[in-house]
Write a new protein. Structure first.
Length: 421
């Protein structure tokens, strides 16, 4: 780890994971090779003079090779830096960034400082790359005091709410003398109907008109929550570091889907299933699929969890159609306008925390960082701060043969709840 320090400087930590942003061409194809040290010395030399900078290179992985253990390691390193007063910038690949952002949002709730994720469609050493604009945007956000929460910096310097941003267009065809090849699209991310927060223009941060209103509303809510959840921080440490349940299976409801697959998943000891549904979340009741709804009802009564998320990016799951309502009546939980990667991370969180289907639904419908538009949820089903605090306090203090969850976590990441002297 490389650390330079002056008290008056902002404290920024770069957590390096790899991805296209740090890739170069090799005889085997493009792969991550640029180091954290090279990032600062070659591409961001001024930053080391203007800020207290720490770098931690965890690995050099293509984002295709980022899985649950890797994201867990990223979250642990980020928490370590936050404990030391740094605002973290996680530089990683874009292909799995939506899930990575969702993991950090849900695993480390109620953030006091900015948590920023940056990636690019072109490598940092390429001419006219989007890497530096995105890294510069991430750095400027990390240095702000009025930006609690998690952000993604993409699209040549745009700042997105991390819980909303998804990759929608990775590349497009381009004609050359040799034929047709593909080229990465720099503006490849979208937040759907949620506004982009801001962008870097001419080296300065500027809000979008709708983004400023969204950020002000979010920051005010975050400030209230930091005060409200203070008893949890006092008891269990800050930032909180929540357990996930890794074994949540995703099933695509394609036309040839066999309902027996749901039985196989739950018999294989999966606690929750995420069904990727077409359109606005309909579950077919055709002769081929009509057995699925009774199976949902059976397994929910058995204490398992079924979640329905949209296949279509930025679609909203609703109950307008009869085929949508039947699954909800059977006990499935719909995700409204949560994107599918966030629904998966949230289901993993809820499966790790909940003891009943009712608690699972409460956790899924708690709005951590604007990942869901609460206005879409019936008022009677919305989750309050009081309800989620009660669940978290119970889980973090829960005892079994190995002690409380906190005791077990101390053995894995002892720094996470270490009290300041």
């Amino acid at each position: 780890m490389d650390v330079t320090s002056e008290k008056e400087k902002s404290k920024i930590a770069y957590v390096i994971c790899g991805g296209t942003i740090f890739s170069e061409w090799t005889p085997e194809g493009r792969r991550p090779v640029t180091s954290g040290e090279e990032l600062l010395q070659k591409y961001l030399p001024r930053l080391s003079r203007e800020a207290d900078v720490a770098t931690k290179e965890i690995w050099r992985l293509d984002s295709t090779n980022m899985h649950y253990p890797e994201y867990k390691k990223v979250a642990e390193e980020i928490c370590r830096f936050v404990k030391d007063g740094y605002a973290p910038v996680d530089a990683q690949g874009t292909d799995s960034m939506a899930y990575g952002a969702a993991f950090i949002v849900s695993r480390i709730p109620f953030k006091r400082v900015p948590f920023v994720i940056a990636g690019s469609m072109h490598s940092i050493g390429e001419e006219d790359s989007d890497a530096l604009p995105n890294l510069e945007a991430a750095t400027m956000v990390a240095m702000r005091k009025d930006f609690p929460g998690t952000y993604v910096c993409v699209n040549e310097g745009e700042i997105h709410r991390a819980a909303r941003s998804v990759k929608v267009k990775p590349n497009e065809p381009r004609e050359t003398k040799e034929g047709v090849s593909t080229v990465p699209v720099k503006k490849s991310f979208s937040s759907g109907h949620y506004p982009v927060i801001g962008r870097i223009a001419g080296g300065e941060f500027e809000y979008t008109s709708d983004g400023e209103r969204a950020q002000k509303r979010f920051a005010e809510r975050q400030e209230r929550r930091l005060d409200y959840f203070r008893p949890l921080f006092d008891e269990f440490g800050e930032p909180l570091f929540l357990p996930h349940y890794e074994n949540v299976v995703v099933i695509d409801l394609h036309p040839n889907f066999q309902p027996e697959i749901l039985d196989a998943a739950f018999k294989d000891k999966y606690r929750a299933v995420l069904l990727m549904a077409p359109g606005t979340g309909g579950i077919s009741d055709s002769p081929r699929h009509m057995a699925l709804v009774p199976k949902i009802e059976r397994w929910v009564k058995d204490g398992r969890y079924v979640v329905i998320a949209p296949k279509i990016t930025h679609a909203i799951i609703d109950q307008e159609y009869e085929v949508n309502r039947k699954s909800v009546e059977a006990g499935a939980v719909i995700t409204y306008d949560m994107h599918a990667d966030f629904a998966l991370a949230k289901a993993e969180l809820a499966a790790g925390l909940a003891q009943t289907p009712a608690e699972f639904k409460k956790i899924l419908y708690f709005n951590f960082e604007d990942e869901i538009d609460e206005r879409l949820i019936p008022e009677s089903e919305r989750t309050s701060d009081e309800e989620i605090r009660a669940i978290l306090k119970k889980v973090l203090g829960r005892k079994n043969g190995n002690g409380t969850f906190l005791d077990r976590l101390r053995n894995i990441v002892p720094w996470a709840w270490q009290k300041e002297p």
